[in-house]
Design a protein around this ligand. Structure first.
Ligand code: GCW
Length: 653
């Protein structure tokens, strides 16, 4: 069996002990009914002559008087929105559509007893974005290098094993339930790197995709598929995959028609093209707008969308060539195409210009394409943030990204790379569940406070948590992203991870590789000069005032200094410290904080189930070990390069 994550039976206690009536029809309303029945059955009560909770579609006829009163005040709810109020001893959830009723139900679960206490004024909830999606980097076959799940740190895939569909519908259904309970309504079921077997999900393996879609549908989740741009050639035997070729266009039209005949509510395609070896329109001298529009046109008759990734850069660059800057690539490729994409083409942009580092500036692409639908891609799977061996609560980082003023309102949806696998705890590290939960909540409301989200997650996952447990969890998780940042690469410079696995320190691991991920440390200084004045000019991709803030050595925020500037070790930060002393101080502090996290977890002993306790403790042991390794390698490296001793005389090897 698997861990209940944020839906343990106890979280349904308040609901299950009430008498509930459900008004409305349809498959999702049936799901709501079955959730209520299950909660009632588990609590062994729920009887009584009157009702305490009304869950109603606003179109249901007749509506009980309490719900009609809410309808009179609620305003436009939309298909996924709902209103909640409590008056005279009855709680009402009124939804604008069946999915809204499901979200309203899970909101009642979140509220617990407080949904049934004192009167509550009407509150309305509507998702900020219509699509809230997770992308699985799950392979169907076990890939010789990447395994079953690329960058997966939670065991195998819940969908695929060794080339076959696993067919574990109970697990997939349980997954759908978890996703719905945090507001997620779409998934991509396979890796964006589409290998030979995965390509066939579009054609003769479509039945597997249908099985997943059928299983997730009762929880309001639509399935999308990663496809290879070369499909007409590799699957259809055409001589070309040129997006402007008529034969290619009809091939995609026919393939897409078959998909919708099989899965009428299919979400659409996800494409990684001309990126890290995946095929794309460049081979035919066509643009990425041509490529995306080809698929958008095939999907349009059915209301489908194509998510087209902007992660396009030269991964075969020469480290000797200082003029090529990977950070520039997405903007250079895509900003000139603004306005050329179809309405149902969504450009999916990683949140930073590089690649999911613990600290990056926000991608300038997001502010540069006002006439294009954009999705911002976040990475719940902790590729560069401790691989689910380290506790690293990412919502504070994501919130910073989403609140960055030039990008606010510039993107239409959020996507996260999934951190889920067939591990009993879903995410390897039980505390990493909070990242998936928080992603869903932020995709629903990007302004939500990450620490309040964490409290929601704590209350659901550990129902009625004793205060010491809540405090220990906050002590461990609230600042865990910044702690991770402290003991890894300094001041926004990024990478310094072991090539390939991306786990653990290797300061020069990427310094002379073709991947474009350099720090340029020498005996005098460190950092990448990305200024317009003397560097790669990347700062010029930002709108004012950020183009000037980042350009200026004085104004550039400390945490991004080495992303934008190459400075001497003695350069004084806004904090008052020198760069070299900052490196030493943060690395000693970060490793110490990791040890404190482990100490705090001891307080949770006996307050959480033993299997959760043990799993987290094991992982904290590894985090402490790894943080020390990072500390010692990074400090030794910079001490040896610079020759500058630590002002506090601590041990550097
Ligand atoms: O972060 C990098 C990963 C690759 C991944 C790629 C991408 C799916 O190291 O494993 O490939 O990004 O986002 O496409």
């Amino acid at each position: 069996m698997w861990h209940a994550a944020w839906l343990p039976p106890e979280a349904f206690r308040a609901l299950g002990s009430r008498r509930t009536v459900v008004h409305g029809d349809g498959a999702l309303v049936d799901t709501v009914r079955s959730e209520v029945d299950r909660a009632v059955a588990a609590s062994g009560s729920g009887g009584g002559p009157t009702y305490d909770l009304v869950l109603a579609l606003d179109t249901a006829e007749p509506l009980p008087a309490e719900a009609a009163a809410v309808r009179a005040e609620a305003g436009e709810l939309g298909p996924e929105g709902f209103a909640l109020a409590r008056r005279e001893g009855v709680t009402v959830v009124l939804a604008g559509g069946p999915a809204g009723l499901l979200y309203g139900l899970f909101h009642v679960v979140r509220l617990g007893e407080s949904a049934f206490g004192a009167d509550r004024p009407i509150e309305t909830h509507r998702p900020w974005a219509a699509r809230r999606m997770v992308d699985h980097w799950d392979n169907v076959d076990v890939h010789p290098v990447m395994g079953q799940v690329e960058r997966g740190y939670a065991g195998g895939s819940i969908f695929w094993a060794d080339g076959a569909f696993r067919g574990d519908r109970d697990r997939i259904r349980a997954y759908g339930r978890l996703l719905a309970a945090c507001g997620i309504n779409a998934i991509a079921a396979n890796n964006v790197n589409v290998h030979a077997t995965e390509a066939r999900l579009l054609t003769d393996r479509l039945g597997d995709v249908k099985a997943i879609a059928d299983t997730l549908r009762p929880y309001g989740i639509r399935v999308h598929l990663s496809v290879t741009f070369a499909a007409p050639a590799v699957l259809g035997g055409l001589p070309t995959a040129d997006p402007l070729d008529e034969g290619v266009r009809s091939w995609w039209a026919a393939a897409t028609r078959r998909v919708y005949e099989t899965i009428p509510d299919f979400g659409g395609y996800l494409v990684k093209a001309d990126s890290e070896g995946q095929p794309g329109p460049f081979a035919y001298g066509r643009s990425h707008a041509d490529g995306a529009n080809l698929l958008a046109d095939a999907l349009a008759p059915y209301g489908g969308v194509v998510h087209w990734r902007a992660f396009v850069y030269n991964h075969r660059q020469d480290w000797r060539d200082r003029s090529t800057d990977r950070a520039r690539a997405a903007y250079d490729h895509f900003a000139p195409l603004d306005g050329l994409f179809r309405d149902n083409a969504i450009l999916q942009v990683k949140h930073g210009p590089m690649d999911f580092q613990p600290r990056e500036p926000v991608s300038p692409v997001i502010a540069a394409m006002p006439a294009t639908r954009l999705a911002v891609e976040l990475q719940a799977t902790q590729e560069y943030t401790g691989q689910q061996l380290h506790a690293c609560y990412l919502a504070p980082m994501w919130s910073e990204v989403l609140a960055f003023e030039p990008v606010e309102g510039r993107f239409a949806e959020l996507v996260a790379v999934s951190n889920v696998g067939d591990d009993p705890f879903w995410t390897g590290h039980p505390l990493a569940q909070a990242n998936l939960y928080a992603f869903g909540r932020l995709a629903w409301d990007p302004d939500a406070d990450p620490l309040s989200i964490l409290d929601e997650w704590i209350d659901l996952t550990f129902p009625e948590p004793p205060e010491p447990l809540r405090q220990a969890l906050h002590a461990i998780m609230d600042g865990s992203w910044r702690t991770y940042e402290r003991y890894t690469s300094p001041l926004g410079v990024g990478f310094m991870v072991r090539p390939g696995s991306h786990y653990g320190p290797d300061v020069d691991g990427y310094e002379y590789t073709p991947w474009g991920t350099y720090h340029f440390a020498d005996r005098d200084g460190v950092g990448v000069d990305r200024t317009r004045a003397t560097g790669t000019g990347f700062t010029g991709q930002y709108p004012a005032p950020w183009s000037d803030v980042y350009e200026s050595l004085d104004r550039c925020p400390d945490e991004l200094l080495l992303f934008f500037h190459h400075v001497p070790y003695g350069h004084v930060l806004h904090s008052g410290s020198t760069v070299i002393q900052h490196i030493y101080d943060t690395h000693f502090a970060g490793a110490e904080q990791a040890a404190e996290m482990r100490a705090r977890w001891a307080e949770a002993a006996g307050l959480v189930p033993a299997d959760v306790y043990d799993r987290v403790r094991e992982r904290l042991d590894e985090q402490v070990r790894s943080a020390q390794e990072w500390r010692d390698q990074v400090n030794a490296y910079f001490f040896r390069k610079s020759g500058v001793p630590d002002a506090e005389g601590r041990r550097i090897y």
